[in-house]
Design a protein around this ligand. Structure first.
Ligand SMILES: NC(=O)c1ccc[n+]([C@@H]2O[C@H](COP(=O)([O-])OP(=O)(O)OC[C@H]3O[C@@H](n4cnc5c(N)ncnc54)[C@H](OP(=O)(O)O)[C@@H]3O)[C@@H](O)[C@H]2O)c1
Length: 235
């Protein structure tokens, strides 16, 4: 496995939820972190290391991707990994869903991560063992119902981003992994109850999964990790 020592990881949307859990897990393992968030002043910093870099990034502002990556590179002199975590879930039903909400999810769940990948690629290539982990979803693997069409569509696109990157970066040692959780206990799923007798996954469990993917050596590419809290026939 790769040694975290000295390696620099960028995490998008580390203000709360899975992103904050990832930041705490990775800092605890010894990685140096650059966090891209909408409001740097409000970013929790406890337990995230002495040399923490926090920069403004908004998925709806394309220019902020390059600005964040340049600032991280200038601060640390290297970028070894990118955790594409920030995302939104809006209800867009197949028949009645709102186009505007669909556009917002396309922007935050697909175009924002794409801009970050493009901005960080040169540094990831230089690293020789660049890692990209995208927080997709089981909704990016199967459609649970027509009411979830819009979110699923954006997460299927996130899967395409991960697989295309795996191909584009292969010869330079870049490995991309899509982590696909089911229901996780965060603000995003507030008010969503799992079916009787079933559970939500702790964000710390997903953070440990992300850490596993980041540490894999170049000769062990894991393209997808599916994490369900309940029994489904296909997943
Ligand atoms: N929770 C689940 O059950 C679940 C399951 C599968 C996959 N996922 C995926 O896991 C990822 C994290 O989800 P979560 O549950 O931790 O969600 P969350 O608690 O709602 O947190 C979302 C994060 O994304 C950031 N964000 C939202 N819009 C943004 C924008 N325009 N620009 C920059 N940052 C933005 C938020 O920042 P602010 O604090 O500024 O709003 C926050 O840090 C998402 O991609 C989600 O789709 C979640």
């Amino acid at each position: 496995m790769l040694d975290p020592d000295n390696r620099v990881i960028m995490i998008s949307g580390a203000s709360r939820g899975i992103g904050l859990a990832c930041a705490r897990e990775l800092a605890g393992l010894g990685y140096r972190l650059s966090l891209g968030v909408r409001n740097p002043e409000a970013q929790p910093r406890d337990g995230l290391g002495d040399d923490l870099h926090v920069h403004h990034w908004d998925a709806t502002d394309k220019a902020s991707a390059a600005a964040w990556a340049e600032s991280a590179q200038a601060h640390f002199g290297r970028i070894d990994g990118l955790v594409l975590n920030a995302g939104i879930l809006l209800p867009v039903d197949l028949e009645t869903g709102d186009d505007d909400a669909l556009d917002q999810m396309w922007q935050v769940n697909v175009k924002g991560p794409l801009a970050l990948v493009r901005a960080a690629l040169p540094a990831l290539r230089e690293s020789g063992h660049g890692r990209v982990v995208i927080l997709s979803s089981l909704a990016g693997k199967r459609v649970l119902g027509p009411g979830n069409f819009g979110y699923s569509a954006s997460k299927f696109a996130a899967m395409a981003l991960s697989h295309a990157l795996r191909q584009a970066g292969w010869s330079d040692g870049i490995r991309a992994t899509a982590v696909c959780p089911g229901l996780v206990e965060t603000d995003m799923t507030e008010g969503v109850s799992p079916p009787a007798g079933q559970f939500k996954i702790a964000p710390e469990t997903i953070a440990a999964t992300v850490a596993y993917a980041l540490a894999l050596p170049n000769h062990a590419s894991v393209a997808e990790i599916l994490v369900n809290s309940r029994l489904e026939l296909a997943i």
